[in-house]
Design a protein around this ligand. Structure first.
Ligand SMILES: *Cc1c(COP(=O)(O)O)cnc(C)c1O
Length: 489
């Protein structure tokens, strides 16, 4: 399978590349992204054949349909990382929480958020490619919380890859910060900066534009790659769990193969939703994909009106910070799939220039055939957390936003699969507040009160974080980042 570019080809890069090229150098012509040239047609026969297979077998066979230029042994090694999840036989439990609502729990990996689903296997694949080519890569990440821990965890002690991760000091939860600063490996550098997430991102951009930095990278024969969801190496692993969740409903007797379901996804950069979209295109019977947002509801407006409008908008801080995003990168891959490269380039140039674009009526119809959307503010989210807790289900604030989208849009009597992207341990102060009314608790206190309310232990992995030594103590001003990253290299 070859990969092509969402904004067309500039005549300098290859117009088609292999998977390995697309993930090592994820930026395509004109600032576009790589996408598969075509999607395999899996169809109902594939679902029948995988009715009773385990997660890894399903994953292996979905990946095989893409005919990637990655050795089967490396794929197996990558998928073996799912054995490190809570239950190696069932890395993604799908739990019935209401008559017609199931929650697909994507957070049972090492960092307790759904980023592990893709980043765990991705780390193996990228490091193996770098070693085989005798190349060295630097991954630069700016994180507001979940991407950082998952990226560090997957590349820890992996050969030929280094990670430098910037986070806003004071801008993440205690648990997220501890997950990063307790990572102790020579190929990882974690840097807290005085400032917010935007400052961290701006600092990263400055670094990429600095000529001293580029020269130093060259001198050290190090290339840059990316581990965010612009990298198709993450998306490829995010189609599998949508198919798995559907099959799980079949196994539980809730549907028969061929019946339709709603997929309901808490969305930020749209990687999770894009995986669902591709699964649907490959033949998964899906009625609609519901896109759940928080008050940063640019995606809700886009899907409801066809206007992607960033004017007069600033990111607002919410209790679901992993979705505090306005420029959602994977929307571009949807535009490409629905409207082609020429139109995608036009729309993406328009948003960069005017901070706004509008789809035509026909285009909006095509978008709404697949997607429906709504957003959920923090107070509504808290009410869903407390309501579901009273029904016996504990969930995090990102997951909670899906209940609003479902209430608005799931009007047919068919099952909804809600994707749960984080464990309760990662956003505990918000959940403690929803359950007991307590305000502004520190993570450790919130964890204790939830554990006692819910009669659950605090997972050892999370509890242990509070006792681990700090291995990454750097907290600096933006101005000093370049010096520190160069010293690390
Ligand atoms: C990353 C993340 C999301 C958003 O996922 P996208 O694929 O970027 O849309 C939602 N919830 C949590 C907890 C996350 O970490």
């Amino acid at each position: 399978m070859q990969f092509i570019e969402t904004r067309g080809n500039d005549g300098q890069r290859s117009a088609k590349v292999n998977f390995s090229e697309a993930i090592l150098n994820p930026m395509a012509s004109f600032g576009g992204l790589y996408v598969p040239e075509h999607l395999p047609d899996l169809g109902l026969g594939f679902l029948e054949a995988h009715r009773d297979t385990d997660y890894k077998t399903l994953a292996r066979d979905v990946l095989a349909a893409f005919e990637l230029d990655i050795d089967a042994a490396v794929i197996d090694q990558a998928l073996a990382l799912y054995d490190g999840f809570d239950n190696p036989k069932a890395p993604v439990p799908v739990v019935r929480v209401m008559d017609d609502v199931w929650v697909s729990e994507l957070y049972h990996g090492p960092t307790r958020a759904f980023k592990d689903m893709a980043l765990q296997p991705f780390g193996v694949v990228l490091s193996d490619l770098a070693q085989k080519r005798g190349e060295h890569y630097l991954i630069l990440a700016a994180t507001s919380g979940d991407t950082g821990p998952a990226t560090l965890e997957t590349f820890k002690n992996r050969a030929n890859v280094k990670v430098a991760c910037l986070y806003p000091d004071g801008g993440t939860s205690d648990v997220q910060r501890l997950q990063m600063v307790t990572e102790d490996a020579a190929n990882l550098k974690v840097i807290g900066i005085h400032g917010d997430f935007d400052d961290a991102q701006a600092a990263l951009k400055n670094l990429l534009n600095s000529s001293t930095f580029r020269e130093q990278l060259k001198a050290k024969q190090t290339m840059l790659s990316a581990a965010n969801s612009v990298n198709f190496g993450r998306i490829i692993f995010q189609q599998i769990y949508h198919i798995h969740s559907y099959l799980e409903l079949v196994r539980q007797g809730a549907i028969r193969i061929g019946d339709k379901v709603y997929l309901d996804v808490p969305s930020g950069n749209f990687g999770n939703a894009l995986g669902g979209y591709y699964a649907m295109k490959m033949g998964l019977p899906v009625e609609k994909i519901l896109i759940a947002s928080n008050r940063n509801n640019v995606l809700t407006d886009w899907i409801n009106t066809g206007r992607y409008d960033l004017r007069d908008r600033n990111v607002v801080g919410t209790t679901s910070p992993a979705m505090d995003i306005l420029k959602s990168s994977n929307v571009e891959r949807i535009l490409f799939d629905l409207f082609g490269a020429e139109r995608t380039r036009e729309l993406m140039e328009q948003i960069d220039r005017d901070r706004c674009y509008a789809l035509t009526g026909t285009e909006l119809d095509a978008l709404q055939t697949v997607f429906a959307a709504d957003y959920c503010d923090d107070d509504e989210g808290k009410r869903y957390i407390s309501e579901m807790f009273n029904r016996g289900y504990l969930m995090d604030p990102h997951t909670a936003t899906c209940f609003k989208a479902r209430a608005t849009h799931a009007d047919k009597p068919i099952p909804t699969i809600i994707y749960s992207t984080a464990e309760w341990t990662k956003f505990s102060p918000t959940i403690a507040n929803a359950l007991t009314g307590e305000q502004d608790s520190r993570d450790i206190d919130a964890l204790k009160s939830i554990a006692s309310e819910a009669n659950l232990p605090i997972p050892a992995r999370i509890q242990g974080l509070f006792d681990l030594p700090i291995a990454q103590g750097t907290v600096i001003d933006k101005a000093d980042i370049e010096r520190d990253v160069l010293a690390f290299l």
